[in-house]
Each structure stands twice: as C-alpha cells, then as structure tokens.
Design a protein around this ligand. Structure first.
Ligand code: ATP
Ligand code: MN
Length: 311
C-alpha cells in the first residue's frame, strides 16, 4: 500500500493525525499485512470523505482490538475513560422516555475517526437511524449470511433477488461488500416508519424468499435452519442494532474493507471481495453509490405524516 504509507509519513511526523496524537503508532494491528496503527489512521484519514457521510450523527457500535487482530477484540457501544472529546458522547432523543438515559458515541469528523483509532477501534458500525430521529430508521438493511458450502454465485443471486423485490415495491437499493463472506443490501428511507414496521417489512421480504426457495434461503437465525443455506438477517433493522459502515476496515485476516459495489459489478465477481485497507485503487474509483444520500423513498403503505391524512 505505497500511497497510503507515503501519506502517513507526510502527515504523522509527530504521530499526530488530524490533530490527534497516536500512541504506539508502530503497533502491528494486522500482522499478516504488516499493517500498523499508523497505517490504520492513514486509511481512515484518506477514506474520511467517503466514510463520514455513512457515520456522521449516528450512534455507533465499535469493535476494539487494542492489541491488534491477534489479541482480544470486544464490542463497545458506550463511552469509556480516556476517550477523546473528538468523539461525541450523545443522549438519544427518544419517544421511549426511559431510554433517553442511554449514552452513545458518535463521530462527525476526521479527528473523531482518528480518536477512535487511537483507542484501538478497528471496525465502525453505525445504527440505521440518525441522532435526529433514533426511533425512525433511515436505512433498511438485509444482510445475506451464507453458511459453509454455499457458492458465491448463490449469494449474488440472493442479493439480486432482494433488489428486484424491493424494486417491485418501489424501493431502490444498493449493495455492499462486507469484507467478509456475505453482502448487505441497503435501501435508504425517509425517516417515517418506526423500527417495528421496518423490521416487519424486512422479515416479510426474507420469509417470502425463504418460502419460495426453502433449500436456498432461511429467515430463521437458528443454526439448524441455516445449514447449507443463506440466512437473510433482517434483525439488523432494530433499535440498537448496527451494520458495518461502508469503508470500515474489518478486524479479520487480510484487513479487508467493507465497501459499496455497483449492482453491475456483482455478477463479474468470482468471490466475496477482499480488498485490504490501503489499497490505493479502492479510493481512486468513483463511489458506486451515487444518489444514495439524495434518494427519498418510504416503505410501501408506510404511515405518512403531514396534511391530507385521514384517520
Ligand atoms: P459477513 O459478510 O462476514 O457476514 P457482516 O459484517 O455482515 O460480515 P455478521 O456477523 O453477519 O457480519 O454481522 C452483521 C452485523 O451485525 C455486523 O456488521 C455488526 O454491525 C453486527 N454485529 C455482529 N456481531 C455483533 C456483536 N457481537 N455485537 C454487536 N454487533 C454485532
Ligand atoms: Mn453478514
């Protein structure tokens, strides 16, 4: 990853990136790749313009691996001592009063991203709702999880089948490589329907596919039900649930990045894409999710607010 390295040397002379001082910048986080904490900071700095729109103003679930991917990793959703002020501690404006006490974390800028890297955060997982309206999701996500032995082209077929169903219901969707073995299909929503409604919709879609091809898909998370099939995880659509952000690196072998794909590219892929953080080609190509943030659409039949509604 020559380009990212060169950049890291330019901008981290004092081990300061975006105003945040990195301690142990040479700590190896992905031993196989020789990828250090400084390299990770350089990746998130270089990718900031792409990743921040997916993260900004959302509660986050973080995967921390302070000693690198060879050590212990753990999920963190709330603040902890020593965390920089560049990371926002937020309380949710919620219709469910008792939940307003929860403190969550959010980042809005490059300094926030680098402050997370400094604390050993490798993966970034936003909610499917913003802090402005945490009870009304603005993304619908279907997570395709192939079990052992499922061919990659079956995963692609599944993603396309979901896209077509969503299309038929008037929802345009986008596809993301997870850096793992599956794919995420994401449809932006205007925040309107609540979590239950969005989850039920996603459940209906997943169950519909499973009923049509029970040997291929399941909407049942139980291990037995998933065997040899693709589990279509609709439970990403829930208050407090998350999905890996586009452009987040994964704490997995090879330092693969989760990134947006073009629907048209999907059928040309021979397997789940594993592109390592720092690969200069990743950020050079145009972002295939053109229009993602401008799209205004709602679930079919979703309750609408505003004038003209009969009770
Ligand atoms: P893959 O394609 O390999 O399945 P993935 O990111 O979809 O990659 P999953 O294990 O299917 O990984 O998890 C889906 C999402 O659920 C993750 O992106 C993450 O946001 C969330 N998640 C998974 N495990 C946890 C956990 N232990 N705590 C909190 N969130 C989790
Ligand atoms: Mn998955």
């Amino acid at each position: 990853m020559p380009e990212i390295r060169a950049k890291a040397e330019d901008t981290t002379k004092d081990n300061i990136v975006a105003g945040i001082r990195l301690t142990h910048p040479d700590r190896l986080l992905w031993e196989g790749q020789g990828l250090t904490k400084r390299d990770l900071a350089a990746w998130y700095e270089a990718a900031a313009d792409r990743i921040l729109p997916h993260l900004r103003n959302r509660p986050l679930t973080l995967l921390r691996c302070p000693s690198g991917t060879g050590g212990r990793c753990f999920v963190q959703k709330h603040g902890w001592p020593g965390l920089s002020d560049a990371v926002r501690r937020v309380r949710l404006k919620s219709e469910e009063k008792q939940r307003e006490q929860d403190e969550w974390l959010a980042v809005d800028d490059t300094a926030g991203l680098i402050a997370l890297v400094q604390m050993g955060v490798l993966e970034l997982h936003p909610w499917g709702a913003t802090l402005d309206d945490p009870d009304r999701p603005d993304r619908l996500i279907l997570d395709l999880d192939p079990e052992e032995g499922v061919a990659w082209n079956a995963v692609v077929e599944g993603a396309l089948a979901i896209r077509d169903r969503l299309d038929a219901l008037g929802l345009q969707s986008f596809v993301k490589a997870t850096g793992g073995k599956g794919l995420h299909v994401v449809a932006p929503l205007e925040p309107s329907a609540g979590w239950d409604e969005v989850r039920d919709f996603a459940h209906g879609l997943a169950s519909g596919l499973a009923e049509e091809r029970p040997g291929r898909y399941t909407a049942n998370p139980l291990k037995e039900a998933r065997k040899g099939r693709i589990y279509i995880d609709y439970l990403r659509n829930g208050r407090g649930a998350s999905a890996v952000a586009a452009w987040s690196v994964r704490a997995r072998a090879g330092a693969p990045v989760a990134f947006p794909l073009d629907w048209g590219d999907l059928e040309g892929l021979e397997g789940a894409p594993a592109v390592p953080a720092g690969d200069p080609a990743l950020l050079r190509s145009r972002d295939p999710w053109q229009g993602f943030f401008e799209l205004r659409q709602r679930l079919p039949g979703a309750s609408r607010t505003g004038a003209g509604q009969a009770a």
